[in-house]
Design a protein around this ligand. Structure first.
Ligand code: PRP
Length: 181
């Protein structure tokens, strides 16, 4: 679905800009993970397009696995307490794990996840995120690769949803308040 859509008030990142950034990140990951046999861990559901595009842009052969997590908390506010809805199928002991996220907002999901995977005995745990909001700066997480820093607005597209809709937009934009108010 094209980002030129009546429910989108502001375009933040176009499909072309994402494609260019994905190529750039893939090149950096290829160099960093040379000889490391990385395991890409996608966080469902938002990271699906990013994992698909990033892994195909990489020249290295990667393994992939998926986790689904849910943050306990009221409404849209993360509490930092995370529940695993779907765990990895892969044993990450001694593996070089790369968590692939669509967005870091409060950073609480990622903070919990990096600790959880490190505690399982991974050889390394790094993070690549396509988008990062300012709130992420308040939590101490080591995010090695960031695609775009974006303003603190309600964004959808390229995996990000509102009520399960708009994930299929080809870029990222601000959702019109008329949709949710
Ligand atoms: C989003 C996003 C991250 C998390 C970031 O997932 O994909 O996993 O929230 O938020 P945080 O930095 O404040 O912890 P969401 O829970 O909306 O699930 P979804 O990917 O299935 O839409």
């Amino acid at each position: 679905m094209h980002l030129n859509h009546p429910d989108i008030t502001t375009v933040l990142v176009t499909a072309d800009e994402i494609a260019e950034k994905v190529l750039e990140l893939a090149g950096e990951l290829d160099s960093y993970y040379q000889d490391k046999d990385p395991l890409l861990v996608g966080v469902l559901k938002g990271a699906v397009p990013f994992v698909a595009d990033l892994s195909r842009a990489m020249q290295l052969s990667t393994s992939q696995d998926w986790m689904a997590v849910s943050s306990y908390g009221s409404g849209t506010t993360s509490s930092g307490v995370v529940r695993i809805l779907k765990d990895l199928d892969t044993d990450v002991t001694d593996r070089h794990v790369l968590i692939v996220e669509d967005i870091i907002d409060s950073g609480l999901t990622l903070s919990w996840l990096t600790t959880n995977l490190a505690n399982r005995g991974a050889a390394s745990v790094e993070v690549v995120t396509l988008l990062r909001k300012p709130g992420a700066a308040k939590v101490q997480i080591n995010v090695r690769w960031v695609g775009f820093d974006i303003p603190n607005e309600f964004v959808v597209g390229y995996g990000l949803d509102y009520n399960e809709r708009y994930r299929s937009l080809d870029g990222v934009g601000v959702l019109s308040p008329s949709v949710y108010s």
